[in-house]
Design a protein around this ligand. Structure first.
Ligand code: MN
Length: 734
């Protein structure tokens, strides 16, 4: 590129350009670099000149073009900042100095905790976004000439480009810049993948040539027929973005819509919606794919309507509808705002106000810069290193995560509450599984509800310490809440039995005596069995010495389908617990369990003399089974639920226990009365009877009785078997 060529380029978009200034910079930089050579063997000056040329493509102002030409002078030549100040003025000198600072920062070697350097870098950019624009152009030219570099350096530069500069360009809305940086880095880093995809893309587009033309023509015709003036153009997707999509979703390249998109460019915003109407009335839309980035622009100022329709040949067709200006911003991003206006250099404050992308940049930097240095370092490490990904919230907040992070990590990184309440997520606008691995640049939307406890299993789905700790904490709290609820029940019950008033406030006053920090702690301790409810009672009422009251349960409720024995038969009903019903707490006299754990008998009951075992069920307490109960098979694989329990009865606290027997008798009038009479004669209480007809000749009675012990029960069974009407009398299983 010659001197006059550069000036020509600038004058083409800015007729009022300061030609003399541009010429002075050209000559100055050429002389400063002198005989320096690039790795390609070209004179070094060709590099700053090309960088300036790239910026003319972005239609940037004189100061930026001049700064680009001078960007390597302070670092690589004898030039000083003062000299540039004198020759080119303060504005340009500041830009060049900012670029010099960036050049000195070797981003990849930042593993050595040079957080301060990065902070400076970001601050330099935030002071004047044109520094970033020149830096990106500089990187782009270096990437274009990467093949001249020593092989060992190439990979590092390409990786850095992919990790830092390309996403940064994308974030600034500079899609063209991003695409080219990615393409060059992709080719360097994964030459085989690159070649395969390029080949495949040209293969499919070659085969689809006719179809693409058809779609373009059909769209244009429909637009014209409806009076919408539009330019329709097909465009092949970029290899790197295709590769990324294939990688992320493990999809195959099959459809045209996987590799090809169409753009409809119209004159104004209203036309965009009219064009959309034409598209949707011509072809059926694919539900869930329509996006209105005009009424809600993306954070980087991107505006367009997106939709997917089922086009001719039943192919999916992706469309973007936008105006010329939207198109310019979509491709140039923040640079589009830096365009010349009325021959005046853009005021950077004006630029900031105009561009939400720039506002985003400032905010990101503010986020990174606040907080203590260590935290800042942590953030910067996460953001910059290769083994990190950085993702964005729908509002454009940057969330840095280690590679391998999932949307769950993301949610917790945003806010602990968001993580706890997470129920789903969208990645780049599409619903995605929570186990998805996040990629650089992903936009993640967390779907959440309030008051949720994260499943403990999530712990294995996250990679960040923050998420893991939060999940653990949340499940600890949930368990505590559960124990707390049980504890409260136990405590309230104990107070009720003792006929004393209970309130949280009273308990609060007694906390020191219980050596616990909070009411919740006490209740959870009782729920876990670490503390007895009677201890709580005594802590509040030191004068209380009463024994634990023995609770006699109410007669069982009359379940439909259960036959309640009529009193007219002369049988005595005494209140006692029915098998299968929840027993009064601690009314099951067994030892081997903590005080205050709720205990109940299994459905079939158990009586002293039976060999028994306790099975603990979370949240329900312990159920006592007979050792020969077939039900126990269900718990064979959960031996930690088994508790060795023994009867705790002696002559003094004798009481009755539930048992269920099954009697088969001859089906004749009066057989029930005879059976009942035998039980009553032998001091067994009948609680319930259900009768089922087995055959015409026999009926089966399931009888819940209460007895003193196994000996008593065995005696009753023997008496029953001795009756002529009784065919068989057995203990029920379980
Ligand atoms: Mn350079």
């Amino acid at each position: 590129m010659r001197q006059y060529e550069l000036v020509d380029r600038v004058k083409r978009y800015n007729p009022d350009a300061d030609e003399a200034l541009l010429n002075r910079a050209y000559v100055y930089a050429m002389k400063a670099h002198g005989a320096q050579k690039r790795a390609s063997g070209d004179p070094y000056f060709s590099h700053p000149l090309e960088v300036a040329a790239i910026l003319t493509d972005l239609h940037l102002d004189d100061s930026t073009i001049v700064a680009a030409m001078l960007h390597d002078t302070i670092e690589d030549t004898a030039t000083t900042r003062e000299e540039i100040d004198q020759l080119f003025g303060h504005e340009i000198a500041t830009l060049v100095e900012g670029l010099t600072k960036l050049k000195r920062l070797d981003l990849v070697s930042m593993r050595a905790a040079q957080a301060e350097n990065l902070r400076k870098l970001l601050l330099a950019i935030s002071e004047d976004v044109r520094v970033l624009l020149v830096k990106l152009a500089d990187r782009l030219h270096n990437m274009r000439t990467l093949h001249f570099m020593p092989a060992e350096k190439r990979g590092r530069v390409a990786q850095e480009t992919l990790d830092i500069y390309a996403p940064l360009a994308g974030r600034m809305g500079m899609q063209d810049m991003r695409d080219e940086l990615e393409e060059l880095a992709f080719k360097e880093l994964m030459p085989e993948a690159h070649e395969t995809i390029v080949h495949r893309l040209s293969d499919i587009s070659g085969r689809s040539e006719k179809l693409i033309f058809e779609i373009e023509a059909a769209l244009s015709r429909s637009m014209e027929a409806q009076g919408v003036r539009a330019v329709v153009k097909g465009r092949l997707k970029k290899p790197y973005s295709v590769w990324r999509k294939m990688n992320a979703k493990s999809i195959a390249l099959e459809q045209l819509s996987d590799i090809f998109g169409f753009r409809v460019i119209v004159n104004d915003t209203t036309e965009c919606y009219r064009a959309l109407g034409v598209v949707h009335t011509s072809w059926p839309m694919v539900p869930g794919r329509f996006k209105d980035y005009i009424s809600v622009p993306k954070q980087n100022d991107y505006r367009s309507l997106h939709t997917t329709v089922v086009g001719p040949a039943r192919q999916r067709v992706e469309l973007q509808i936008r105006t010329d200006e939207m198109h310019k911003i979509a491709e140039l991003g923040i640079a589009a705002h830096a365009l010349y206006k009325d021959g005046l250099a853009p005021d950077k404050r004006g630029l900031a106000a105009e561009s939400s992308a720039f506002a985003w940049l400032r905010r990101t930097i503010a986020n990174l810069a606040e907080g203590d240095p260590e935290e800042f370092l942590e953030n910067t490490k996460l953001e910059l290193f290769h083994d990190q990904v950085f993702c964005f919230t729908p509002k454009g907040r940057l969330i840095a995560l280690p590679r391998g992070a999932t949307p769950i990590d993301f949610a917790y990184a945003v806010h602990t509450e968001l993580g706890n309440g997470m129920v789903g997520c969208k990645i780049n606008g599409r619903l995605a599984p929570l186990v998805s691995e996040l990629r650089n640049g992903d936009e993640v939307e967390v779907l959440s509800t309030q008051s949720q406890t994260p499943p403990a299993a999530w712990e294995s789905l996250v990679v960040t310490g923050k998420a893991r700790a939060a999940i653990r904490r949340a499940s600890r709290i949930a368990v505590r809440r559960q124990y707390g609820g049980l504890g409260r029940q136990l405590v309230e019950r104990a107070f009720q039995r003792a006929k004393r008033a209970y309130s949280d406030d009273n308990l609060k006053a007694a906390l020191p005596r219980l050596a616990r920090a909070s009411v919740e702690d006490v209740l959870a301790a009782v729920g876990r069995g670490e503390m007895a409810s009677s201890d709580v009672l005594r802590a509040l009422y030191p004068d209380y010495h009463g024994e634990r009251a023995h609770i006699v349960s109410e007669p069982p409720p009359k379940d439909p389908g259960w036959f309640s024995f009529p009193k007219s038969l002369g049988l005595i009903f005494k209140p006692a617990a029915a098998p299968g019903k929840t027993q009064p707490l601690s009314d099951v006299p067994v030892i081997g369990l903590d005080a205050d754990v709720p205990v109940r008998f299994a459905e079939g009951g158990a009586v002293p003399g039976d060999r028994i075992v306790g099975i603990a069920t979370p949240g329900e307490g312990v159920t006592v089974y007979r050792i020969d109960s077939p039900e126990l098979a269900r718990f064979e694989n959960a031996l930690d639920q088994w508790f060795d329990v023994r009867w705790d009865v002696d002559g003094k606290n004798a009481r009755r226990f539930p048992a269920r027997i099954i009697v088969v008798s001859i089906n004749e009038p009066g057989s029930l009365a005879q059976v009942a009479a035998v039980v009553a004669e032998h001091d067994g209480n009948i609680e319930n009877i259900t009768m089922t007809r087995r055959t015409d000749d026999f009926v089966e009675m399931t009888i819940d009785i209460s007895v003193w012990d196994l000996k008593h029960l065995t005696a009753i069974l023997a008496q029953l078997r001795g009756k002529p009407v009784v065919n068989s009398a057995e203990r029920a299983h379980g």
